[in-house]
Ligand binder design. Structure first.
Ligand code: ATP
Ligand code: MG
Length: 419
């Protein structure tokens, strides 16, 4: 072991375990790629003010969880704590909203950083796959994203998850509700920090996980009763479209989520096997965000699914992903056969066959051990005598059967057998 360890709250992804992460990212992005979402990649850090303004000055993410740094040139940066603000910043910078049809549909996959108290399912470095549909106000778009996330989880084999859905209203009705909620909260017995939160962002008090706070919230005014007709109609349409798609959800009128930019539709995917870190993903509509970061009005909707927690959820349900062995053919060279088999492996790889060879001058026993460990379906074994006859021994690693195949034909034979 070296003197160094992975920093607190982080972990390394190591084979073969790491293959699960690739499979999860692939499964989450596949439905997006087939639904017209284009891939976007943005830097791992941004101007700290992008998040302060975009995510919200009073949010936990901005006040407590950002990793910030000052460059030698004096620029204040933050490691990205989430994806939406960066993606919207990039879309505006490239004027994507002016170049094609709206909405601009984008998906991303990457690392995110939050200075949190590390625990199971909560890390300081984690990864998300996310999707954003920018520049259109259409309930079908909100529904599409929820349906695609549901499809992603179902193809992975997850069953024990629920979709919580709510509407946060818009700039017409939310301020009225906000006042009513604030008036209610002022009458409660809350600690100093929560009193401050109630003044800056009262909706987030509803999200407080503490029992002593939740107890007092009984009888609080509910946003549902304050939604304007336009928001109500919009929400009903989202609900109807998701229902028609056969996707089950639960109305959760207390769902507010921890970021300031959400309007109207908000949702969260929660899993039953994760203890208190139960949210595997979440998202919603953010009609005001573009203007908050200096852009034009661009009503948008998106989500981010946590890859780490999705892997934990799969494990909690005992789902084994169908991950094919990395190697299909493993070459074992004896005597002077190494250069010939090395050439054969190169040819197999060019032909699209996943192939590997034993390294380090091992004998038959050691090299066969390598072949077994690789999980390869076939081993190609050859020594001087085989090559003199122009053949290699092809061993079926499942049945144990072995037969001689002409060296000149072995690529085609293997391709056919593996097809
Ligand atoms: P939580 O309520 O658990 O703190 P959040 O509301 O902060 O979650 P989002 O900002 O909505 O989470 O991020 C979307 C997803 O990213 C989460 O549902 C979760 O799967 C994942 N995620 C967020 N923070 C972390 C973290 N610190 N470690 C691992 N995964 C995380
Ligand atoms: Mg959080």
């Amino acid at each position: 072991m070296s003197t160094f360890k992975a920093p607190k709250g982080t972990y390394d992804l190591i084979p073969p375990y790491s293959a699960k992460y690739l499979a999860v990212r692939d499964a989450i992005s596949a439905p997006l790629r087939k639904a017209g979402y284009g891939y976007i990649e943005t830097p791992g850090f941004e101007d700290v003010n992008l998040f302060a303004r975009g995510v919200g000055e009073s949010t936990d993410i901005v006040t407590k969880e950002m990793f910030t740094l000052t460059t030698k040139g004096g620029t204040n940066l933050a490691l990205r704590p989430e994806g939406t603000a960066s993606v919207l910043r990039a879309a505006l910078e490239a004027s994507l909203h002016k170049k094609g049809n709206l909405p601009v549909k984008l998906w991303y996959s990457g690392s995110y950083y939050r200075y949190e108290r590390p625990q199971a399912g909560r890390y300081r470095h984690f990864s998300q796959v996310g999707a954003e549909a920018i520049g259109a106000e259409d309930p079908a778009l909100d529904a599409e994203l929820i349906i695609l996330a549901d499809q992603a989880y179902r193809t992975l084999g997850l069953r024990d998850f629920r979709i919580l859905l709510n509407s946060l209203g818009d700039k017409e009705c939310r301020p009225v509700y906000r006042e009513a909620l604030q008036a209610f909260l002022r009458g409660l017995d809350l600690d100093e920090e929560t009193v401050r939160r109630a003044e800056i962002n009262p909706l987030r008090v509803l999200d407080d996980k503490r029992a002593e706070v939740q107890k007092q919230l009984v009888g609080a005014p509910m946003l549902r009763d304050y939604l304007c007709d336009a928001c109500k109609a919009y929400h009903e349409e989202v609900r109807a479209l998701i229902t028609a798609a056969g996707v089950a959800f639960e109305d959760d009128e207390k769902l507010v989520r921890g970021l300031d930019y959400y309007t109207r539709t908000t949702f969260e995917f929660v899993h039953g096997g994760l203890g208190s870190q139960s949210a595997v993903g979440g998202g919603g509509r953010y009609d005001g965000l573009s203007e908050m970061i200096g852009g034009p009005a661009l009503p948008s909707v998106g989500w981010a699914l946590g890859v780490d927690r999705t892997v934990l959820a799969l494990e909690a349900e005992g789902v084994e992903l169908d991950i094919p062995a990395a190697t299909s053919v493993f070459a074992v060279a004896l005597g002077e056969a190494k250069p010939v088999l090395f050439g054969l492996v190169t040819e197999l790889r060019k032909a699209g066959v996943a192939a590997d060879i034993s390294y380090g001058g091992k004998g038959l026993k050691g090299a066969m051990k390598d072949a077994n460990r690789s999980g390869a379906r076939f081993a190609v074994i050859a020594g001087d005598r085989d090559l003199a006859e122009g053949v290699v021994q092809l061993k079926d690693m499942e049945s144990g059967e072995q037969s001689a195949v002409a060296l000149a034909e072995v690529v085609e034979v293997l391709r056919a057998k593996l097809a």
